[in-house]
Design a protein around this ligand. Sequence first.
Ligand code: TPP
Length: 376
Amino acid sequence: MKASVFLREIKNMGISTITGVPDSTLKQFCDAVQADGGKEFKHYVTPNEGAAVGLATGEYLATKHPCLVYLQNSGLGNIINPLASIANREVYGIPMLFVIGWRGEPGKKDEPQHVFQGKVTCELLEVMDVPYSVIDDGTTETQIKEILEKAHEHLEENRQYAIIVKKGTFEKERAFVWENGYDLVREQALKIILEKVYRDSHIVSTTGKISRELYEQSDALYGNHDRIFMTVGGMGHASMIAYGIAQADAARKIVCVDGDGAVLMHMGALAFLAKQSPKNLLHIVINNAAHESVGAMPTGYSGQSYVDIAKACGYKAVYSVTSAEQLRRALEEADTVRELTMIEVMVSLTSREDLGRPKESAAENGQNFMKKLQEI
Ligand SMILES: Cc1ncc(C[n+]2csc(CCOP(=O)(O)OP(=O)(O)O)c2C)c(N)n1
């Protein structure tokens, strides 16, 4: 099915505001929403999925029109609080239509972080009092119309309804492409970071391609990746994991390699970290103004600087760099400062088609990281 056809039916059911966080399973859907460019739909990429439920709640209060909230099933955790304690029919009864990308569908091979989440996706919706339909590449236009009619009935009763989207449901159409104006390639920046910090620090890296690129570059440079803890799931929590390690032993140097979308998702961590001010934590934000790993949709804070926020929160030193040379210099300086520091690295929207994935299980990588941690 074409995502543009799906969107037309969404419009026909009276929805004209779409909000959420992008997902690779929903890439074609996200591209179609971007391609609309605000003509038929108002569109907001929110910091996290719970924030989208908040926005949808406000829109309904103001207009009596339900919103469409899209998310990867990893984001279910983020919506549970506002769904259970605001939107549920036993509280305010706020209707909204969820469109959920299903990673880790049982029986299909997927990454470790998606396996359990994929298994409990339907159950979670049942527990949350959200009825749902599942669609795939065999779902016809007529069936979609029927599903949306059913959804409409639930929305009319002040309930929510979810459409779970299997991988490959939406056909490829015109991809949404944009440039952010930066030249430095993320993978090159990550290599520079590894060259500077890998020997005497431990790294906590964020969700998505940043971890996958660090993994490959570390193998290429040092023949192992044991000093990297990859936050493969739990998007937005890498800096708090890094802090957890840093506070346990002030003698260890910890580097968090974060993404701009991930920092935005749980931005409160910046304020917390600044308050704690660990001297042994270097926070690097790879900023491409987008969720590049899942299709490069711009974030809700695209084009803005993270160091200004970090500085205002109380980070002791901040650098924003756009070139390899500036990055090398900032890493040198950060090493002499030895205070809570943020380096923001502005990078392009480039990544390799043949980028690999970790070969070991997550548990194995976790164990190896813990062993290495004891060595320094
Ligand atoms: C809670 C949650 N929502 C959505 C996703 C899907 N997801 C994986 S990586 C990613 C984009 C990360 O963006 P950013 O941190 O800016 O890094 P980039 O991919 O641009 O390098 C998203 C949205 C997820 N893993 N978890």
